[in-house]
Design a protein around this ligand. Structure first.
Ligand SMILES: [Zn+2]
Length: 403
C-alpha cells in the first residue's frame, strides 16, 4: 500500500473543521462535513476515479465506467463528534482509495469501489449511521423528520436544505462491503495485536427521557412545594449507571450522555429536564434487562416525586452478526499476513451494520492509542491503516478465489 500517499491525504484533511477547543468538529450536514466530502472527491479525481452522490449525499467512488457495476465496496464515514479525532471513520474511506490505487497500479482484475457515508455520528440528531441507514431501509422519511437537533431542526430538513431528497433512492447493489475502523477501545492496544476481525456489532438502544416539573422561583418556593425536574432526572442518571453495571458480565454498557435543563438559570427551579440515554451490547436479552431497569427507575421517579415523564425511543436495533464468508476471508488474510490478530465484537455501532442486512459485510479493526476515541487525543498509526487495507484486499482475493 502507498503509505506516503495516505499520509498526504490525511495531512490535507487535517485542516477541515479544526476546533479551537481541540480536535476536529465535522458534524453531520455541516459545512465542515461538506468540505471533507469535497476533499475526498478531489483525491479520487487525482487518481482518475469518478465520484457520485446519492439522494442523501453519501458518496461512491468508482473506476471510470464501473459506476453501475456491483463491486467489492470499502468505506466508512467522514463526519465527527464535536472536538473529535481525525481517524474515526476517515481512515475507512481513505483505506478504500488506497486499495483502489493499488488495484489499478498492479492492474488486478478486481472490481472495487469506495463508499463515504453521511451522518454516522449521532452527536447532532441523536441518530447514528443515518446516511447508510437512510438508503438501506432502516430509516424512512417519517423517521428522519422525527429526529431533531437540540436547536429543533429535523435531520430531514438538514438533508433537504442541502438539496438532497431522502426517500428517493436505495443503496446500489454491492458484491460485499468491508469497513476498516479504529477499535475505539483498548483491547488491541493492550494486547499489542495489529488486527481485529469483527464478528458482530453491538447495537444501541437510545432513549430520550423528559421530566416535566414546575418552573418556580428558587428563593420563594419552599422545598416541600417543589416539582424539580432535574432532581427527578438525577435519580434516573444513577439508575442508568447501575443498569449498565448490573449487566457488565454480558458486556452491556449504559450511559447518560446529554442533560438539557430548562430554563437553565441559577435562580429558577428546573421546569423540564431532558436526558438522552444510550444502552449497548451484543446480547439482546441483556440489553432488554438494562432498558427495563431504566424504565422502572423512570416510573419510580415519576411516582415518588409526582413529576410526569415522556419516554421516546430514538432507536432500538438488534445486534448485527457480520457475514461468515467475509469474516473467514479476513481471518485467512490476517493469518497469512503473519500479523498478530484476533476475532472480536464491536461495542460501537458502524455503517457496516446498516449494509449487513442487504449485502455480505465485514469489518477490520486497527488499534488506536490507549483506546482513546471521540476525543482530540485520538491517534492511530497510518502504517496500521495500510496493514488493515492490505488485509481487506487480500480478503477480497480469497473470496474471489484468486489465492
Ligand atoms: Zn466511526
Amino acid at each position: 500500500m502507498n503509505v506516503q500517499l495516505l499520509r498526504e491525504w490525511f495531512d490535507e484533511l487535517a485542516s477541515a473543521g479544526v476546533d479551537r477547543g481541540g480536535g476536529v468538529t465535522r458534524l453531520a450536514y455541516s459545512a465542515e462535513e461538506d468540505l471533507m466530502f469535497q476533499k475526498v472527491a478531489s483525491f479520487a479525481a487525482g487518481l482518475g476515479l469518478s465520484a457520485a452522490e446519492d439522494c442523501v449525499g453519501n458518496m461512491y467512488i468508482s473506476f471510470p465506467g464501473m459506476e453501475d457495476e456491483a463491486c467489492h465496496t470499502i468505506g466508512s464515514h467522514l463526519d465527527s463528534v464535536p472536538r473529535g479525532g481525525m481517524y474515526d471513520g476517515v481512515i475507512g474511506v481513505l483505506a478504500g482509495l488506497l486499495v483502489m490505487e493499488k488495484v489499478r497500479r498492479l492492474g488486478l482484475p478486481i472490481p472495487v469501489k469506495t463508499a463515504a457515508f453521511r451522518c454516522e455520528e449521532s452527536s447532532l440528531y441523536g441518530l447514528a449511521t443515518a446516511g447508510s441507514g437512510a438508503v438501506t431501509g432502516s430509516f424512512d422519511v417519517p423517521h428522519l423528520k422525527r429526529v431533531k437537533s437540540l436547536s429543533g431542526e429535523s435531520l430531514y430538513d438538514a438533508m433537504t436544505k442541502k438539496g438532497y431528497s431522502p426517500g428517493t433512492c436505495v443503496l446500489k447493489p454491492m458484491l460485499d462491503f468491508t469497513e476498516i475502523h479504529i477499535e475505539q477501545g483498548r483491547v488491541l492496544w493492550e494486547s499489542g495485536e495489529k488486527i481485529g476481525v469483527v464478528t458482530a456489532i453491538a447495537a444501541p438502544t437510545r432513549l430520550k427521557v423528559t421530566f416535566h416539573g414546575r418552573q418556580d422561583h428558587s428563593g420563594a418556593t419552599p422545598m416541600d412545594l417543589r416539582k424539580d425536574a432535574l432532581c427527578a432526572a438525577a435519580e434516573v442518571i444513577l439508575a442508568v449507571e447501575k443498569a449498565g453495571r448490573d449487566e457488565k458480565h454480558h458486556a452491556t454498557v449504559a450511559t447518560t450522555g446529554v442533560v438539557q435543563v430548562t430554563p437553565g438559570a441559577l435562580n429558577v427551579i428546573p421546569g423540564a429536564a431532558e436526558l438522552r440515554i444510550d444502552i449497548r451490547g451484543i446480547d439482546k436479552d441483556s440489553i432488554s434487562r438494562a432498558a427495563e431497569a431504566i424504565r422502572g427507575a423512570i416510573k419510580d421517579a415519576e411516582r415518588t416525586r409526582g413529576i410526569p415523564c415522556d419516554v421516546e425511543i430514538i432507536s432500538a436495533s438488534d445486534p448485527v452478526a457480520l457475514d461468515e464468508g467475509v469474516i473467514e476471508s479476513l481471518a485467512g488474510a490476517a493469518e497469512k499476513s503473519s500479523l498478530s490478530w484476533r476475532r472480536m465484537a464491536s461495542g460501537a455501532g458502524h455503517d457496516a451494520m446498516k449494509v449487513a442486512p442487504l449485502y455480505p459485510a465485514g469489518m477490520v479493526f486497527i488499534p488506536c492509542r490507549e483506546g482513546i476515541s471521540h476525543s482530540p487525543e485520538e491517534e492511530a498509526s497510518l502504517e496500521d491503516v495500510a496493514l488493515g487495507a492490505e488485509v481487506i484486499l487480500e480478503g477480497i482475493k480469497i473470496r474471489r478465489g484468486m489465492v
